[in-house]
Ligand binder design. Structure first.
Ligand code: PMP
Length: 437
């Protein structure tokens, strides 16, 4: 029974866990987009390891690659010593990076988690520039370790920790629906860009010349908020002009999630540092940074770590990248994403509590707002986390696992495995509609 395991979890595990309380099952089996609990009930998994499971659970190309490591008696752990499995992964990864970037790029293995890679990126740009401050964005999410948490653009998770990394400046992210400048769309982005440029230019703004800027192209945990391409291009122009290394956190967006292999490709920009984790390990823990060779000026030993040589993760990652390439999955992501968005737009018109449907590829968010008010403007501003949570519960009852996000936890997030099919997209849409109703 689920309760048996949930009771042990409740008794033994830290109080710090959050979303598992809203998904009260013990999972026994998993296959593709489905998980089955210990009582045999099946769920569609639209959380997918917070975007990690690009090919879904236990995809045969991934499990075969892992099995081969075992069958061939390959080492499982080699620290930073190299192996054929590791170098094959490196070559595969470099093969999918933009060509000009790859020509002059270096890779650094960072450890098992995304936060590890974010930490490494901070150390990298600080070492390379000799500067100390970092520019980040409101609503951004880069991890929960001390340094990465300092970059958190939502106050919630960091408010009880004093003494986080100082010298982090938060800039406004272009969020049409709740535009920090009170006007959405192009006008809002333009004001935002001008404001950022002015801060960077004005010695009295409090922004000292930074070591780097870090951002997500589509904010994930922040509520599935895609930055407009034009805005991203402007950010790249400004950071280039001011010689500020631009770190793009592709931990959640990377490897096809947004309908391009990397989300920065939508705008055609090239970052200085790309942070990768989640999907690149093919469901196993792996995190790297890939960056311009000019930044690679740290001394031997300046960055190290024990668990950076997970051979099984390299093998699973290589298999995932190959499959994505060979199956044309990225184009499919765009198509499936559009199908889900269009279903959700329809649901928006059939219900009275959806303020906005947004996203890119299969990284989609639905803003749940107060249904009572008849005045659109007011209704739009009233985030409704309780209702969002209730909708999540109703979905769960009907066999659909979704997660909440956004500043107010009022955004329902869809992050299905990228291999999801049209029929399954329609099924989750139907369940969602029923749940909202
Ligand atoms: N950056 C982004 C954009 C993320 O989505 C996450 C995880 N949700 C992280 C960093 C942190 O990764 P991890 O949880 O593996 O430390």
């Amino acid at each position: 029974k689920n309760d048996h395991y949930l009771n042990i979890q409740e008794k033994r595990e830290s109080n710090a866990r959050s979303y598992p309380r809203r998904i009260p099952i013990a999972i026994r089996e998993a296959n593709g987009i489905y998980v089955k609990d210990v009582e045999g009930k099946e769920y569609i998994d639209c959380l997918a390891g917070a975007g990690t499971l690009a090919l879904g659970h236990n995809h045969p190309v991934v499990t075969d690659a892992m099995r081969k490591v075992l069958d061939d008696k390959l080492p499982l752990h080699t620290l930073d010593l190299t192996t054929p499995v590791k170098e094959e992964f490196v070559e595969e990864l470099f093969g999918i990076l933009p060509k000009d970037f790859a020509k002059k790029a270096k890779i650094q293995f960072c450890g098992p988690s995304g936060s590890d890679a974010v930490e490494a990126s901070l150390k990298l740009v600080k070492t390379a520039t000799g500067k100390r401050s970092i520019l980040a964005f409101q609503g951004g999410y880069h991890g929960m370790t001390h340094g990465s948490l300092s970059l958190m653009g939502n106050i919630g998770p960091k408010k009880s920790i004093t003494g986080l990394m100082p010298d982090v400046h938060f800039l406004p992210f272009p969020f049409d629906y709740r535009c920090p400048f009170g006007v959405g769309g192009k006008a809002g982005y333009e004001i935002g860009n001008k404001y950022i440029e002015q801060l960077l230019n004005d010695p009295e703004s409090g922004i000292v010349p930074p070591a780097g800027m870090i951002m997500e192209i589509v904010q994930g945990e922040g509520g599935a908020i895609p930055a407009p391409d034009r805005w991203v291009q402007e950010i790249r122009r400004m950071t280039k002009e001011k010689e500020i290394p631009l770190i793009i956190d592709e931990i959640q967006t990377g490897l096809g999630r947004t309908g391009k292999l990397f989300a920065f490709e939508h705008s055609g920009i090239t970052p200085d540092v790309i942070v990768l984790s989640k999907a690149i390990g093919g469901s196993l823990p792996l995190a790297v940074i890939v960056y311009h060779e000019d930044l690679d000026i740290w001394n031997p030993g300046a960055h190290a770590g024990t668990f950076r040589g997970n051979q099984m993760a390299f093998a699973a990652g290589t298999a995932t990248i190959k499959f994505i390439q060979e199956s044309g999955l990225v184009a499919k992501v765009e198509e499936m994403g559009e199908r889900l968005m269009s279903n959700l737009y329809k649901i928006q018109t059939q219900t009275n509590c959806i303020g906005e449907v947004r996203g890119r590829g299969l990284m989609i968010g639905v803003e749940i707002v107060h249904p009572q008010s008849s005045i659109d403007k007011v209704r739009d501003e009233l985030a409704h986390p309780e209702l969002a949570s209730q909708i999540q519960k109703e979905c769960f009852k009907r066999g659909l696992i979704i997660e909440l996000g956004g500043r107010h936890s009022s955004v329902v997030r869809f992050l299905p495995p990228l291999i999801i099919q049209a029929k399954e997209i329609d099924t989750i849409s139907e369940i969602f509609l029923e749940a909202v109703k």
